[in-house]
Every structure is written in structure tokens, then in C-alpha cells.
Design a protein around this ligand. Structure first.
Ligand SMILES: [Fe+2]
Ligand SMILES: [Fe+2]
Length: 203
């Protein structure tokens, strides 16, 4: 059993309309922002949209629902996820899409599973969804420090990602939140990638 990208979007949309209005509105903005970034950077628009539609389907779950879902789909929560169960909402949405709905597209699954904490070397689809989720208009309105990230994302998602991960990690420490090791590893990955690039104008 496997489902197409169009069917995947349809399935996610059907689920999304059952979510609280604030979350539906956020998902809609991430879909729009994801489409915009995908068009700029020539990434598969439909698959980015599928990731955006599916990324937060468990974002409004209570802690007991997140933990029960993790058990149902065979996830083994890490210490970070046990301490901050909200971190399970991406992995749970991906596990459900894969196990219950037959989604096999690795990039869409990655986009959903890793949209909260990131990881090194994300696929283009997952990178677009990650950045779109963090710079959708309402998040920029709430935190104008994200404006430079949005400007970077116009030109280069990898540079934007390195700067975005700096902000995310600094905010997590400042607010006493759990830092997931994958986020720190992702930051190192993108910093290393930028350091390997030839200087501008050298080519
Ligand atoms: Fe999320
Ligand atoms: Fe989100």
C-alpha cells in the first residue's frame, strides 16, 4: 500500500480541517510560505505542500495523547522527548502517515518527522518545510528578529538555516527549554557546509 503525493495532500487536508482554528491558520500559512520558497529554489512544490499540510497534525494533542500515540506507533521517546513531549508531535505525525496511511515518500516523511528539531543534511523538501514553518508571517510579526532570516531564505536556504538554528538554540537556552542534540548537530552541519564553500567571486 502506498499513496501518491496528491492523495497524501488530500488525506492531510481532511485531517487538518478537524484541528483548532489557530492551528489550521498556521498550517495554511506554512503551506503558502512553503510554496513560495519551493518556487524560488526550484524544489518540488507539491511535496513541500504535502509536508506542510502534514507537519502539525498532532501539534494540538495533549501530553497523554502524544505519549499514547508514541506507544501505538512504536516510537521510543528519547530523554528529550520524555522531558518535553511536544517534541513528539512531528515524529508521531510521520509515523501515523507511514504506518496507518501508507506514505512512503522519504522526503515528505523527513519533512514532517524533523520539522521541530531539524537534523543534518535535510532533503530540499524537508529544508523548505522547516524554514517555512519558522518564518511564516505571524511568526515574523511576533519575533521581528526573524526578518533577516526571511531575507536570507530568498537567496539561499542553507545560509538561512544556519542563522535560524543559531536563533532557535539561543532561544531554547534563554527560555530554559530542552535542546535536542539533533538541532546542535544540524547547526554544525550547515556551518561546516558554508565553511567549505569557495569564497564569493572565486569561481
Ligand atoms: Fe510543529
Ligand atoms: Fe508548525
Amino acid at each position: 500500500m502506498t499513496i501518491s503525493t496528491a492523495e497524501t495532500i488530500e488525506r492531510f487536508r481532511e485531517r487538518a480541517v478537524t484541528l483548532p482554528p489557530w492551528l489550521q491558520a498556521h498550517i495554511g500559512r506554512v503551506v503558502s510560505e512553503g510554496r513560495r520558497l519551493a518556487q524560488i529554489h526550484e524544489i518540488d512544490v507539491k511535496r513541500v505542500q504535502a509536508g506542510a499540510w502534514g507537519h502539525d497534525l498532532h501539534r494540538a494533542d495533549r501530553v497523554d495523547q502524544l505519549l499514547a500515540g508514541a506507544t501505538q506507533f512504536g516510537l521510543e521517546p528519547s530523554l528529550e522527548e520524555q522531558t518535553a513531549p511536544i517534541l513528539l508531535h512531528g515524529p508521531l505525525a510521520a509515523a501515523e502517515a507511514e504506518q496507518a496511511w501508507g506514505l512512503t515518500d522519504p522526503d515528505i516523511l523527513e519533512a514532517i518527522r524533523w520539522h521541530t528539531v531539524a537534523r543534518p543534511n535535510l532533503s530540499a523538501v524537508a529544508l523548505a518545510v522547516f524554514v517555512a514553518d519558522k518564518i511564516e508571517p505571524q511568526k515574523i510579526e511576533a519575533n521581528p528578529a526573524l526578518l533577516p532570516i526571511r531575507a536570507l531564505a530568498q537567496h539561499d536556504l542553507h545560509t538561512a538555516m544556519a542563522a535560524l538554528l543559531d536563533q532557535i538554540l539561543l532561544a531554547q537556552i534563554a527560555n530554559g527549554l530542552v535542546v535536542h542534540p539533533a538541532t546542535a548537530r544540524a547547526r554544525t552541519h550547515y556551518l561546516a557546509e558554508l565553511a567549505r564553500r569557495p569564497p564569493a567571486g572565486s569561481g
